[in-house]
Design a protein around this ligand. Structure first.
Ligand code: ZN
Length: 331
């Protein structure tokens, strides 16, 4: 008995001594990155899964990929890019395709974008956005916080401008890019068409070029690379509704502290991009944001439960929408 007690005591002692050592081995990923690169693919939904995308596959081979992240319950561009960049639902930020086309946005607003938070935390940092759809450049990202904005034309030009920007030695803390060609094809041909998947494959080539340029310039050593879609398309083409083809979107993250093969949890939204970006740069997220860190994304982060407290209407609506989509899929 004495021997048993002594063995047990030794085990407890070993456990106590080992615990701090184990804790010390965990990487603290809060603020582990100097750069966050967000690559938005308009209209691509979950369909990276169905396309032949060798670049996407190699970039995220050690990353975390979710093809069932949820879009906003209105699957329209401005509502979703707005949510990703502000970290709140469209019910709160209120941006629409019409409003973002008509208005120049300033940082004097209740729900500023993550660009504003990065600017406040890092007054001298370079910030940039290069987009195909001009609404994001002028109507979503603030115009008074010194963000370099390039609006070069089609996706080919977006890619050229991006590679040129990085090859010129720019190293922004936050970079946002949006491709629009997949959405154009989606509207015309629908999400089951060969041409739709072929366009995702073309964009995959652009993503590969951009990623390689970042690597060549040493920016991925402390960079977090995100590919995300705002919404998908129906089989007939078009979006705005609640079918899974419209609401399920790709969210993929690669970086030195991302859990390899990490599958994010079911409640992940494209809106979570805001939380992921701020966390990576070590900037505290404002309490009102309903964007959160998905489970199984960063090695040392258990993940956060989405709280209803800040946006009850969105919380209820999203759960209702989820049920509705499930029912539509079943029957
Ligand atoms: Zn869109």
């Amino acid at each position: 008995m004495k021997k048993l007690i002594s063995v047990l005591l030794s085990l407890v002692l070993v456990a106590l001594l080992a615990a701090p050592a184990f804790a010390a081995e965990q990487e603290d990923t809060f603020g582990a990155y100097e750069h966050v690169f967000i690559i938005g693919v308009d209209g691509a939904g979950r369909f990276f899964k169905d396309a032949d995308t060798p670049n996407f596959d190699r970039i995220f081979a050690d990353g975390a990929v979710d093809y069932t992240a949820r879009a906003e319950t209105i699957t329209v561009s401005a509502q979703n890019w707005g949510a990703m960049l502000t970290g709140v639902s469209y019910l709160k930020h209120g941006m629409t395709n019409d409003s973002t086309g008509a208005n120049e946005r300033s940082s004097d607003t209740k729900y500023p974008t993550i660009f504003k938070y990065v600017r406040d935390a890092m007054p001298d940092a370079a910030l940039a956005s290069i987009v195909n759809w001009g609404n994001i450049s002028s109507g979503i990202i603030e115009n008074d916080i010194d963000v370099t904005k390039i609006y070069p034309g089609d996706d080919d030009a977006v890619t050229d401008a991006t590679c040129e920007y990085f090859n010129a030695g720019n190293a922004p803390a936050l970079f946002f890019l949006q491709f629009d060609s997949v959405d154009h094809v989606g509207h015309g041909d629908g999400s089951k068409a060969e041409s739709f998947l072929a366009q995702i494959e073309t964009v995959d080539g652009y993503i590969g070029r951009i990623y390689d340029t970042l690597e060549a310039n040493g920016l991925m050593e402390n960079g977090l690379f995100i590919v995300v879609a705002d919404h998908g398309h129906t089989i007939a083409g078009g979006h705005g509704g609640l079918t899974m083809r419209e609401t399920n979107v790709t969210l993929a993250v690669a970086g030195k502290t991302v859990a390899a093969g990490g599958e994010m949890d079911r409640d992940t939204r494209n809106r979570d991009v805001a939380a992921i970006a701020l966390y990576a740069l070590g900037i505290e997220r404002p309490e009102y944001m309903t964007s959160r860190l998905p489970a199984n994304l960063f090695k040392d982060v258990v993940g956060e439960t989405r709280s209803a407290k800040n946006d009850l209407a969105d919380y209820i609506l999203c759960r209702f929408a989820w049920l509705l989509t499930l029912c539509t899929a079943l029957f």
